[in-house]
Write a protein that binds this ligand. Structure first.
Ligand code: HEC
Length: 103
C-alpha cells in the first residue's frame, strides 16, 4: 500500500484546472506561458487569489520547483511568466483609502 500512496503523492490531481483556459485570465504579455506553466498541477485560482511583489512571485516560482518538483522553465519563458504574474497580480492595497485622512 505504501507504493500506492507514493503514486498518488507523485501524481497530484489537477484541482479545477480542467475548466480553465488562458482567455479566462486578464490579457497581457506572458499569459500563455504563465497559464500553461502553472496549471499543470493546480488551477489558476490558487494563483490569482494572491497579490505579490515581483520578488515574491520570483520566490514562488522557485518554491514550486523546490517543493513540488516543477520542471525548470527555460529562462525566456520564466521571465515572461514572472512578468505576467508581477504585472497582473501585484500586492493589493489593504482596505480602502480613508478619504478623511487625506486632507
Ligand atoms: C509541479 C506541480 C506544480 C506546478 C507546475 C506549479 N505548482 Fe504551484 N503548487 C503546487 C502544489 C502541490 C501546491 C500546494 C498544494 C495545493 O494546494 O495544491 C502549490 C501551491 C501554490 C500556491 C499556493 C501557496 C503555496 O506556496 O503553497 C501558489 C501561489 C502557487 N502554487 C503558484 C504557482 C505558480 C505561480 C506556478 C507557475 C510558475 C505554479 N504554482 C506551478 C504544485 C505546482
Amino acid at each position: 500500500m505504501a507504493a500506492l500512496g507514493l503514486f498518488f503523492a507523485l501524481a497530484p490531481a489537477p484541482l479545477g484546472a480542467q475548466d480553465e483556459a488562458p482567455e479566462d485570465l486578464p490579457a497581457g504579455k506572458g499569459r500563455d506561458e504563465a497559464f500553461y506553466g502553472c496549471t499543470a498541477c493546480h488551477g489558476f485560482a490558487i494563483i490569482r487569489q494572491q497579490g505579490l511583489s515581483r520578488e515574491r512571485w520570483d520566490t514562488t516560482i522557485q518554491d514550486m520547483q523546490v517543493r513540488h518538483n516543477m520542471p525548470e522553465p527555460d529562462a525566456a519563458d520564466r521571465e515572461l511568466m514572472l512578468e505576467y504574474l508581477a504585472t497582473q497580480f501585484p500586492p493589493r492595497q489593504r482596505g480602502r483609502p480613508n478619504p478623511f485622512l487625506n486632507r
